[in-house]
Design a protein around this ligand. Structure first.
Ligand code: ACO
Length: 194
């Protein structure tokens, strides 16, 4: 996904991490620059729109304004190669955040929990199934210091369910009455993989 401005200046590191302050940690030079802030807002808004379109949602769940209003963390993956795109390109993004939820365990009992939730996830159409989603997800797991089976996933698409099954062995969902999906191991220590 390309933009008419230099993405390295706007996003900084290849993995750009943004919270409600909309100030990427890896950005070089002066940290407070109005033009860069506006460009970052454009990137976030356009990514949110593209993700909503890809998922068939009526409206984006990710935007700069929503980022400012919530304590979410956005991981944006930038194409740092610059091949054929001198201003760079954005490969995709992953948004996570902690939410208080009532979740059913295996016995059908309600448990109040505040897990890290996968809220929005998008890789550009031309780059899906190239391993970028996994790279981004892995980066998020490491920075958030969370195991995949401790996550709750908000309305996962079929593609995301396939992704979680393939890369993390998350196949057995514990049925819930809300839109969140949690997997075997959420409430207990997961057995070590064979
Ligand atoms: N059909 C079925 N499974 C898919 C597809 C697809 N079109 N695309 C990716 N996957 C799953 C498969 O398990 C695939 O493995 P396979 O090719 O061997 O079958 C695996 O993901 C590939 O892994 P990556 O290449 O690392 O994943 P990718 O870079 O494609 O990112 C993502 C995965 C984010 C789900 C991407 O496909 C995407 O943006 N999809 C459209 C938007 C979307 O559905 N986002 C999730 C919304 S729900 C939420 O965010 C809470």
């Amino acid at each position: 996904m390309e933009f008419p401005f230099d993405l390295a200046a706007v996003l900084g590191d290849r993995f750009c991490v943004v919270d409600q302050h909309l100030r990427p940690a890896g950005r070089r030079g002066p940290t407070h620059r109005g033009d860069l802030e506006q460009q970052l807002r454009t990137v976030i808004d356009e990514l949110g729109k593209a993700s909503a379109k890809a998922q068939g949602l009526p409206a984006p769940v990710t935007s700069a304004a929503r980022m400012e209003a919530n304590r979410h963390v956005l991981y944006i993956l930038r194409d740092a190669d610059g091949r054929g795109t001198p201003k760079g390109a954005v490969i995709g993004f992953l948004k996570v955040g902690y939410k208080k939820l009532f979740l059913l365990d295996h016995n059908g009992a309600h448990n109040e929990a505040e897990p890290l939730c996968v809220l929005d996830f998008y890789i550009h159409e031309s780059l899906q199934r190239h391993g970028y989603g996994r790279e981004l997800f892995q980066h998020m797991l490491q920075s958030e210091r969370v195991e995949p089976w401790r996550l709750a996933v908000d309305r996962p698409s079929e593609k995301l369910l396939a992704f979680l099954r393939k890369h993390y062995g998350l196949a057995d969902a514990i049925p819930q009455v809300n839109n969140f999906v949690i997997f075997e191991g959420f409430f207990s220590n997961r057995p070590a993989p064979p």
